[in-house]
Design a protein around this ligand. Structure first.
Ligand code: ASP
Length: 340
């Protein structure tokens, strides 16, 4: 019999309205099972681990990612797949973080949640939960069909570290603009085998739990002033994720480039990712990014912001030198980036 572990962290899926404040707050797992009698009809054994306290995912924290990774590590041999119920707000960050923390993963870790609570008449929660469980249980020739960290939402399965929350009003909450969907649910569950990661046979699961969140962010806009850039680049952190224009371009004003050079000379890693959701950073294509390449700015290629943050946390936590980290940031580790 197939065994699936459901890890319930909170999120809208199980929320109810607090009678005192009128705000949505997470509720216990019975709220979910009472509303989905179909769970009893599934052909596999479900085990539930509920977080205490349950959280709105806006309160997500690297400490909780460590707890999640350790839970999966502890029960890895006991289960065929894992479903994590999670708020949608930061789901893409958690999925990205877990993809780096769970090296050598050969079983499905499927994150899902919903836009409406499960007790709502028009809820999207039931479909998301039931299909996520089916995907987590799905095998082909005795092996997991999707041996990677994914997000299942609104009939689509995405690679976790390629997705981001793009809509807070539609059931179609997630997109993965730089990588195709891994599966679609219609009358049949259709898996796109060629796009799914293939684990190396015999590779063990290695769980990384050292994360270093000493990261800053600098989002550029025309008119940004020297004090603001300086504050971002001199903040107490080890790496700055710089959100740039188009294919990784920035202003070429001298004061701006000097501040960047100084930050690099001070030992900071500067990772360039684009404000565009589709496409990739190509340092050196335009004059406005040529100098960035020369001074040692690291290319984030087509990584999402969520992946840039969590991959940097994972690499900073690994104790490697800046040179090694820069090299690995530009390397595809878990299917999170494409170099064209
Ligand atoms: N605020 C909620 C959360 O992320 C939203 C959701 O679950 O969709 O926990």
């Amino acid at each position: 019999m197939i065994n699936v572990l459901i890890i319930y962290t909170g999120g809208t899926i199980g929320m109810i309205t607090d009678p005192e404040t009128g705000a949505l707050v997470p509720f216990n797992f019975e709220q979910i099972t009472d509303n989905v009698p179909e769970l009893k009809r599934l052909q596999y054994k479900l085990t539930v681990h509920s977080f205490d306290p349950l959280i709105d995912s806006s309160n997500m924290d690297p400490e909780i990612w460590i707890e999640l990774a350790q839970l999966i590590e502890r029960d890895y041999d006991k289960f065929d797949g894992f479903v994590i119920l999670h708020g949608s707000d930061t789901m893409a960050f958690t999925a990205s973080a877990l993809s780096f923390m769970l090296e050598g993963l050969s079983k499905p870790v499927i994150l899902t949640g919903s836009q409406l609570p499960i007790n709502g008449i028009r809820t999207d929660a039931k479909e998301n939960l039931i299909t996520a469980l089916e995907i987590a249980a799905e095998k082909r020739k005795g092996k997991a069909r999707v041996p990677e960290v994914c997000i299942y939402f609104d009939y689509k399965l995405f690679r976790g570290n390629r997705s981001f929350k793009y809509n807070s009003a539609k059931f179609e909450a997630f997109r993965s603009p730089n990588y195709p969907v891994l599966a679609e649910a219609g009358v049949y569950l259709k898996f796109y085998r060629n796009d799914i990661l293939k684990p190396i046979e015999g590779d063990p699961l290695i769980v990384h739990t050292n994360l270093d969140s000493a990261i800053g962010v600098l989002k550029l806009f025309p008119g940004i002033t020297p004090p603001v850039v300086k504050a971002a680049l001199t903040a107490e952190c080890k790496a700055v994720i710089m959100e740039t224009f188009g294919s990784g371009n920035t202003s070429t004003q001298e004061w701006f480039l000097d501040l960047l050079k100084q930050a690099i000379a001070d030992g900071k890693l500067i990772l360039d990712i684009s404000q565009c959701k589709v496409g990739t950073v190509e340092l050196g294509v335009y004059e406005t990014s040529k100098q960035l390449k020369e001074m040692g700015v690291v290319s984030g290629y087509d990584m999402t912001f969520e992946t840039a943050v969590t991959k940097t946390m994972y690499l900073l936590g690994s104790g490697r030198s800046n040179l090694e980290i820069a090299e690995l940031l530009e390397t595809d580790l878990r299917g999170e980036l494409t170099k064209s």
